[in-house]
Design a binder for this molecule. Structure first.
Ligand SMILES: Cc1cc2nc3c(=O)[nH]c(=O)nc-3n(C[C@H](O)[C@H](O)[C@H](O)COP(=O)(O)OP(=O)(O)OC[C@H]3O[C@@H](n4cnc5c(N)ncnc54)[C@H](O)[C@@H]3O)c2cc1C
Length: 390
């Protein structure tokens, strides 16, 4: 088969691949191709599972705030361009004992960036959010610019808009390898090869298969999702029940209101090890894990049935310090976007915008710590990611 030529090939049409395709497709005169191993919006990627938490008051500190604020504008832009509802700004409520380190950092972030918020005492939490079972001494931080994203709808929307702008998308077409040459980059797929001026690698959890040089840096963390049926589902609808993060002792829960009218999402991760390859990741919770998660959920929420009514298990590529890899190679021909480390959905539109700027060789505001060389330098000091933390 003849080698086809194009300006840019994006490998992976998942979260950041879809956002990169959307942004690249806005560039005049640029021929853009997206290649995805599965179908258009599938259930295998790191974006699967109905909802993702969006919050600006991040406990990871200020690094991400500007990325997230820019993404908030871009989420609205994607909604306008696609005509679909993607982001519901119902607020994001963090609840933890006063002095809990992540909450202290988040409070520092809201102060530093003057983010709209409310701080709630334990009695205010009990009065306003009776769905949560509150301990004495808990405090709440309500991030007014937080809310819930619909990931499958977001990916579909970005791909549809990219395609209507002229991007060519190929599904069920695994990329087998890439090879840089003097005249471009050869992308070898099961359906033939492409020669591209630039390649954008957005292959998420599968990145080490294409780039063994990422082997030491990336590990797959397993993230499970569980949904519970409340006795009064009307209390758990988006208007009354913001997306949430809860910390109680060593237990961390996160979740979202009911979008289906009968169940809400409340998740915590069993002690799963980290893995190197997607093929090793468990595909379901065990019975024991589901019982334990249900018991913990019943301690944190009022009036719920402790048996998860739905559950699924997913994975995401992590770096040791959870900073993403956003980089352009020295040749300028390979742009790498990976290691979204369990928090990359909310800021994926900013990553997509950066991807288009990196392909064009423009200046960007990418944090220099996201460069691959900077990651590898830090890795030499910290050693590989060994797990822990969502
Ligand atoms: C359960 C769970 C809950 C999460 N909760 C949140 C949250 O609340 N808020 C938040 O901001 N983030 C959250 N995250 C993190 C966020 O969802 C991920 O960081 C993000 O989706 C990763 O995007 P990605 O593009 O790197 O990977 P993906 O979305 O998985 O995309 C990678 C794509 O590349 C394709 N691909 C790979 N290899 C090839 C190949 N060789 N050829 C062709 N195609 C290929 C894959 O099929 C896939 O479609 C969560 C993650 C998980 C798993």
């Amino acid at each position: 088969m003849d080698m086809q030529k194009t300006n840019v090939v994006v490998i992976g049409a998942g979260t950041v691949g879809a956002m990169a395709l959307w942004q690249l497709s806005k560039r005049e005169g640029l021929e853009v191709v997206g290649i995805e191993q599965f179908g258009r919006v599938h259930s295998h990627g790191s974006y699967a599972g109905e909802s993702r938490v969006f919050r600006t008051a991040v406990h990871e500190g200020g690094t991400y705030v500007r990325m997230i604020q820019r993404s908030r504008d871009l989420w609205r832009e994607l909604e306008r361009e696609s005509g679909r509802d993607i982001y519901t700004e119902v607020g994001a409520l963090s609840i933890a004992p006063e002095g809990f380190p992540d909450l202290v950092t988040a409070l520092g972030t809201v102060a530093e960036f003057d983010l709209p918020h409310r701080v709630l005492s334990d009695s205010e939490l009990r009065a306003e959010y009776p769905q949560h079972r509150i301990q004495d001494g808990d405090i709440g931080l309500l991030d007014a610019h937080g809310g819930g994203l619909r990931p499958e709808v977001a990916v579909m929307s970005a791909l549809d808009v990219a395609e209507s702008n002229g991007a060519k998308l190929y599904f069920n077409t695994p990329v087998l390898g890439i090879e840089e040459r003097a005249d471009g980059v050869v992308v070898r797929t099961t359906q033939g090869s492409w020669l591209a001026d630039t390649v954008v690698v957005a292959s998420g959890s599968w990145s080490t298969r294409l780039f063994p040089e990422l082997n030491d840096l990336l590990r797959l963390q397993v993230l499970g999702l569980t949904w519970f049926m409340p006795k009064q589902p009307e209390l758990f609808v988006p208007e009354r029940f913001p997306v949430f993060l809860r910390d109680s002792g060593p237990v961390h829960f996160f979740g979202a209101p009911s979008f289906d009218g009968y169940a809400f999402k409340a998740c915590t991760n069993p002690e799963w090890p980290v893995f190197r390859d997607v093929a090793e990741v468990p595909t379901s919770h065990t019975r024991e894990e589901l019982i334990k998660i249900g018991q913990r959920a019943a301690e944190l929420f009022n009036g719920i049935n402790p048996e998860p009514v739905r559950q699924s298990v997913h994975h995401c590529a992590y770096t040791p310090d959870r900073l993403p890899v956003i980089d352009r190679s020295a040749s300028g021909r390979v742009v790498t976007l990976t290691g979204m480390s369990g928090h990359g959905f909310k800021f994926s539109p900013q990553v997509g915008e950066w991807a288009a700027q990196l392909v064009a060789g423009e200046d960007t505001t990418v944090d220099p710590r996201f460069a691959l060389a900077a990651h590898l330098e830090r890795l030499a000091v910290t050693g590989p990611y060994t797990g822990g933390g969502h």
